[in-house]
Ligand binder design. Structure first.
Ligand SMILES: [Fe+2]
Length: 235
């Protein structure tokens, strides 16, 4: 099994999980479908499924388009409000896709439908958890809840140190680290009180400001519809 971040640019990570000539995409971005197709073609891989760790606000997912065009499953957490999902998962789901086992852990907070996807030595954490100083995703966007996020972070204790944290956003070129490393270097995982978490989230939200693509991306993802005009692609 091979896991690789195949984003062509930007800060949103898209992971290819490949095994035995077949592949799954986790958090693909609509803007880069052609890029994914050329990567799959070059490597002789057949795309058999796609998954989203949560309903994204910062980009349009490629999941519903790839699912419709290729007639492959699109997996999301069972209670997601997003349309276009073909298969819902929960913590009892255990899937074998292309010879690789997938399981899921509910980690609400960044959004109410956030989940960790677990695959042989890797955890795909979306915006629930980033590597190192990046901390975690913000909780001030639709369906975000600070206390739920904090409680979800405490639930990480069931996961071993040696899993690699494959997160939803990292600066280009970032080396992914294990959960054990993050337990020593990620400020959020070292916090001891909810108040510290609230303070960090408040400061981070102020620094980040508004999400530029949210008014296009979020409705597109919720309704599984590509809008007629995508401002960042028509400039
Ligand atoms: Fe997000």
């Amino acid at each position: 099994m091979q896991v690789e971040d195949i984003r062509p640019e930007g800060w949103a990570c898209t992971y290819l999980v490949a095994n035995d000539g077949r592949a799954v995409l986790i958090d693909p971005v609509w803007d880069y479908i052609q890029h994914y197709e050329s990567v799959l073609g070059q490597r002789g891989l057949e795309l058999v499924a796609c998954m989203a760790t949560h309903t994204h606000a910062d980009h349009i997912t490629a999941c519903f388009t790839l699912s419709q065009e290729r007639e492959i499953p699109f997996y999301m957490w069972k209670d997601t409000a997003s349309l276009g999902v073909t298969d819902y998962v929960d913590e009892t789901s255990s899937l074998t896709i292309a010879g690789v086992e997938y399981s899921f852990q509910y980690v609400p907070g960044h959004t109410s439908d956030s989940m960790i996807i677990r695959v042989e030595g890797h955890i795909f954490t979306g915006d629930f958890l980033f590597n190192g100083n990046a901390g975690v995703g913000r909780d001030d966007l639709p369906s975000g809840r600070l206390k739920e996020h904090w409680d979800s972070i405490q639930s990480l204790s069931n996961l071993p140190d040696d899993v690699l944290v494959c997160s939803g956003h990292e600066p280009p070129g970032t080396e992914l680290q294990t959960l054990g490393w993050n337990r020593l270097h990620n400020p959020i995982l070292m916090m001891t009180s909810f108040d510290q978490f609230v303070e960090w989230q408040t400061k981070t939200a102020e620094q980040l400001g508004s999400v530029s693509k949210i008014k296009t991306a979020l409705p597109a993802n919720l309704f599984a519809e590509i809008p007629d005009e995508i401002p960042w692609l028509s400039q």
